[in-house]
Design a protein around this ligand. Structure first.
Ligand code: UDX
Length: 481
């Protein structure tokens, strides 16, 4: 790194994540990695996200550890009491696209004696053409970052070909099990129900959301390259296909493992540097008193909302399985309720005996805990990668976006878990928990362990993601010369 240190201060990279927990988490890891490699880094979020980070994340630890990483903000244009989740995403997205350009442009062109000129913008592809428009306008090289899985990005990118070859649209419920045969790199793997959720719906209401999502994916062609949070041993066949279309594909993940392997300091637990909720660490003490690999961790990520009926199906299934469980029930997770975690009388005993409920957990640490034996997840991409790295088998209950395709890869390609897609039934939950934690335990633990080994290898010196990060760093430096 001596050469890098000599160049310290020369390269200034701005990272612009989409305003969602999963996107902020993974891009923050990339920001920290670039700061470790002596870049001057500006992490640009909306005011609202910035306020949440200040409230719940350890911003002080962040600035002490990475003095060359700076947080900056722009407005997202929504009122303070706007929910900014689920359906509100559309509002947020359209405001950012229509109003944020001049705000971002000002940040990109501002320069002071203490702060070098911005030499590269790493923009979240979730923001569609916005980052490409601004980068073109100010003449700064743009690299896109994708917080979703490579499989989802590629399946969306290939949509026009799927329509041309008559594989799409999906023709109603009875068509959901038809196999998609012509998706390059994943032929005969996906059924219609495994495609990203944007492909679902009737033909008349399908066109608009899908069209704009696919259009946004194609905006990545305007960037100099694309960064993906994955690794060659996980997504090799897809990455090869993508390299035929994109000039540079940097597969640098799993980013949290990559960061942990490059961090040279302390062995203390990593403070949460990007959390939107108050982290309840009491669950780690509870886990300390549980037997080895006996606990199922249950979490549906940061934006999934479910009905009280569905919550009950999961609750009965978990209690009836007789397995121990640690469950994250976010305060806003159950639609229309604010005391979601009140225990139904008939489930009280089983929950008290074997369960522990929190509003938000230190998930990475939880998954690495020796008491965890399985993960019931919504299959968000960060959760999937965190489980892969920790060697924890999964039961997948995908909600939307990339989660439908991620869960298919978990069960059918990587074989590290079970897919409960499109079913929410207490008997199925009970059965799958027992299949994962008892009947097929060894099989899943062995395959998850083997995959975890490959993930760690990829971020170690000489590994594919390790080398890909060095390529990215070199590329950014070369564009500023
Ligand atoms: C969103 C999309 O829903 C997902 O499909 C896409 O892949 C990424 O963006 P989200 O639903 O929040 O993300 O899921 P996920 O990608 O799994 O990210 C959640 C993050 O929150 C993870 O990094 C996880 O560690 C963290 N988390 C979750 C906690 O720290 N504590 C919790 O209690 C729950």
């Amino acid at each position: 790194m001596a050469e890098e240190e000599e160049e310290a201060g020369v390269n200034h990279v701005v990272l612009l994540p989409g305003p969602l927990q999963g996107n902020v988490n993974s891009m923050m890891k990339l920001a920290q990695l670039l700061a470790l490699h002596h870049f001057h880094v500006t992490f640009l979020t909306t005011d609202f996200i910035h306020r949440r980070l200040h409230r719940f994340a350890d911003i002080q630890a962040l600035s002490q550890t990475y003095p060359n990483l700076e947080l900056k903000t722009i407005s997202d244009g929504l009122p303070d009491d706007h929910p900014r989740s689920d359906n509100a995403l559309a509002d947020l997205y359209s405001f950012l696209n229509s109003h944020a350009k001049p705000l971002i442009r000002d940040i990109l062109v501002s320069q002071t004696a203490a702060k070098p000129k911005v030499t590269c913008l790493i923009g979240d592809g979730f923001l569609g053409g916005l980052t490409a428009d601004v980068a073109d306008e100010v003449g700064i090289p743009l690299i896109h970052f994708r917080a979703i899985s490579a499989s989802c990005f590629w399946a969306l990118f290939c949509a026009p070909n799927l329509f041309e070859s008559n594989q799409l649209p999906i023709r109603g419920e009875e068509d959901m099990d038809r196999v998609i045969t012509t998706l390059p790199g994943m032929e005969n793997i996906l059924r219609c129900r495994d495609l990203p959720s944007f492909y679902r719906g009737t033909e008349s209401n399908l066109v608009e959301p899908l069209k704009s999502t696919v259009f946004d994916c194609h905006q990545t062609l305007r960037a100099r390259g694309v960064i993906l949070n994955t690794f060659e041993d996980l997504d090799g066949p897809l990455l090869s296909q993508m390299r035929l279309k994109f000039p540079r594909v940097f597969a640098v993940g799993p980013l949290h493992a990559h960061l942990n392997s490059e961090r040279v300091f302390d062995a203390k637990p990593t403070p949460s540097m990007s959390s939107f909720w108050e982290v309840d660490r009491s669950c780690l003490t509870w886990l300390d008193s549980q037997p080895l690999k006996s606990v199922l961790y249950v979490s549906f990520g940061s934006i999934t909302t479910i009905t009280r009926e569905r919550l009950m199906e999961f609750w009965y299934g978990l209690v009836n399985s007789k397995k121990r469980f640690l469950w994250v029930i976010r305060p806003d997770m159950v639609a229309g309720e604010d005391n979601n975690d009140r225990v139904p009388a008939e489930l009280e005993e089983g929950t008290k005996e074997r369960g522990f409920i929190v509003g938000w957990a230190p998930q990475e640490e939880v998954l690495e805990h020796k008491a965890i034996g399985g993960f019931l997840t919504h299959s968000g991409w960060n959760s999937t990668l965190e489980s892969v790295v920790a060697g924890v088998p999964m039961i997948c209950w995908p909600y939307f976006a990339d989660q439908q395709i991620n869960s298919r890869f978990v069960s059918e390609v990587w074989k590290v878990g079970l897919d409960m897609k499109d079913v929410c039934d207490r008997d199925v939950v009970e059965k799958m928990v027992n299949d994962l934690m008892v009947h097929r335990r060894e099989e899943f633990l062995n395959s998850a362990k083997a995959m975890a080994k490959l993930a760690h290898k990829s971020v170690s010196p000489g590994g594919s993601s390790y080398s890909s990060l060095l390529d990215l760093i070199q590329y950014i430096k070369s564009t500023s010369r």
